[in-house]
Design a protein around this ligand. Sequence first.
Ligand code: NAD
Length: 496
Amino acid sequence: MPTLNLDLPNGIKSTVQAELFINNKFVPALDGKTFATVNPSNGKEIGQVAEASAKDVDVAVKAAREAFDTVWGENTPGDARGKLLMKLADLVEEHVDELAAIESLDNGKAFSIAKGFDVAAVAANLRYYGGWADKNHGKVMEVDTKRLNYTRHEPIGVCGQIIPWNFPLLMFAWKLGPALATGNTIVLKTAEQTPLSALKMCELIVEAGFPAGVVNVVSGFGPVAGAAISQHMDIDKIAFTGSTLVGRNIMKAAASTNLKKVTLELGGKSPNIVFKDADLDQAVRWSAFGIMFNHGQCCCAGSRVYVEESIYDQFMEKMTAYCKGLQVGDPFAENTFQGPQVSQLQYDRIMEYIESGKKDANLHLGGVRKGNEGYFIEPTIFTDVPHDAKIAKEEIFGPVVVVSKFKDEKDLIRIANDSIYGLAAAVFSRDVSRALETAHKLKAGTVWVNCYNMLVPQVPFGGYKASGIGRELGEYALANYTNIKAVHVNLSIPAP
Ligand code: NAD
């Protein structure tokens, strides 16, 4: 503390200012507290990071409020905000190797994926919202000739944002992009498991030229710093990504304090349907990618696969072979697809689910630890799973899939929709009518047809049911970050 010198396994050297980022400065926590961030590949401490308390959150909120009132919000025109976001996107691309290496070290995801997917998507998202910054207009309502009615899309103010550990950089960008484009200021809390890459981003935020106080980042724990954000009386809006359980608490905290606006992106147990007329090889590869990508740590993971009975055996044969071939191991090795789970806690949670699955269903593949250090779990497939089994109902958030067969299409839709969640779903079929009709019947915020996990900045993402409130990405996300003001101008109507 305060600077971590990182000698990254792929030869890259980097430093991270392991403090709180407030008013464009790195500062220690007021009470001097720190916590360890751990390398999930070996369970060893990477270094100590400043741990925010409620008092630090308060300081960060004051900085964000001051910036909102003086240098940001409607004080900076949209095109200037957009330019800064685009500059930040350029800097992300210039630092792609360094950012990806930090992400791999702290989170465990494969370096090649962190570089090719996560960091690339961070730049794309920032640039996309940079483009929106001067294009989010209100409307004129042509009521009659005697009046002028119009709306303004005004920034909400200070936004609290709480992000998880599964895509630390990408969630950072998903939160920053629409909030900054629309003129809000930010106090963001990273996940305690993965604080480092966002801190590196803070250096780039200063370099890009964002005024002090526009973005403030605090590292720390949910029940302390997270709760302080959700209860804060001077935060106008909160955006949260994480578990459904904590999402409920965030909403309660908002309701019992200042009724700050709330958007939530929560869990899922997404169904993935493979019809007999699907391109089988493609369906297998996408289905494996749908669940095993990011070690199963995706809120939209295709964790329930339903395969039409007549192709079930063939599907299973190919899916098993494909999953067996996925490279699990050192995130910095060239061919690695799957690294370790993010923490001992997540590893233990997943292993508990696997044990419960062994009692209720048939363990077809995996179900064991890989190696003897770090939190690696072999790709795992369960079959013959009763619909009400715990592993078929609850979000596991690991490389664990249940595969079932179906015969009757009506029954299939009922079962697919029988979940408290509704984040995502997928359909594989060569028959476009069948695929789209099924897509329309599924109660999910995203339905992929003949693919999985395709996410682009232009297309909204968010949940039905207990999977969330509001939408991220696309034009839709802008609405989460603006207050609509209606202005009524009387041109010539006499007073009543
Ligand atoms: P979590 O919901 O506890 O943590 C997510 C974020 O919320 C972190 O930044 C955390 O510090 C913060 N947080 C925790 N308690 C809080 C509180 N009381 N007030 C405010 N903020 C709080 O998730 P977890 O414990 O890390 O993981 C548990 C499960 O959540 C996973 O197994 C998975 O099922 C789910 N999850 C979902 C997502 C997603 O993208 N939807 C991401 C991570 C985890």
